[in-house]
Ligand binder design. Sequence first.
Ligand SMILES: O=c1ccn([C@@H]2O[C@H](COP(=O)(O)O)[C@@H](O)[C@H]2O)c(=O)[nH]1
Length: 247
Amino acid sequence: MSNKAAREKLIFALDMGKGLDEAMSWVRRLTGHVGVFKVGKEAFTRFGPKLVQEIQETGSRVFLDLKFHDIPNTVARAAEGAVEMGVAMFNVHTLGGKSMMEETAKAVREMARKRNLPVPLVLGVTVLTSLNDDDLRALGFSYSTAELVLRLARMAQDAGLSGVVASAQDVEAIRGACGKDFVIVTPGIRGSARVSGDDQKRTLTAEEAIRRGSDYLVVGRPIQTAADPVAAADELCQEIARGLDAR
Ligand SMILES: O=c1ccn([C@@H]2O[C@H](COP(=O)(O)O)[C@@H](O)[C@H]2O)c(=O)[nH]1
């Protein structure tokens, strides 16, 4: 498996808010070592579409991770904005409900056709990797994380979404239920060493996540806080390549 194939699966979370220049210096530093840059709430609330545009001007792809969670009309209109920004992928919260996901998938297809733009992957966030069974119980759910993730992934697929964001621990079950073409993006990637201040509860290694069937891995702090971030990204690509070989 070529290094490029492994690299394409690695998404770097640009979780930083100090300055647009700092974010762009991370983009330049990691270009050629990761496949996609993820712009989430922390960076987007400070630098907005300008950051997305500047990343895309370097030739890199963007995952807009704003996890839209609102009534159907509001999410569908925000999704049209994501299409117009030209991002490669963006996400909504599956807990916004099936009608919201259906309206969003339709609005995305129509906007892309109207403006002759590529159709981005639309992903449904299932259960955050920072939540475990105890957290779900405290929130009033009677399902375990595994049960709820599967239910939400099936609903996202029925609603016409391209895939989901889920813990790598749930990948095999989702793949079994939703098939090989359903895109599964997995954050919460950790090695044996924990990252300080860690809030991730349902984690897996990069190699195991890929071996189980993840399409893309999202990694932030394990790269950002590494002594040598480029070497950390390259090591993750090697793990991904081993995971692909083991499939
Ligand atoms: O369930 C989810 C959904 C999204 N995320 C995002 O992924 C990255 C993970 O960053 P690390 O520093 O590698 O923990 C972060 O941007 C989250 O917002 C997630 O972790 N879990």
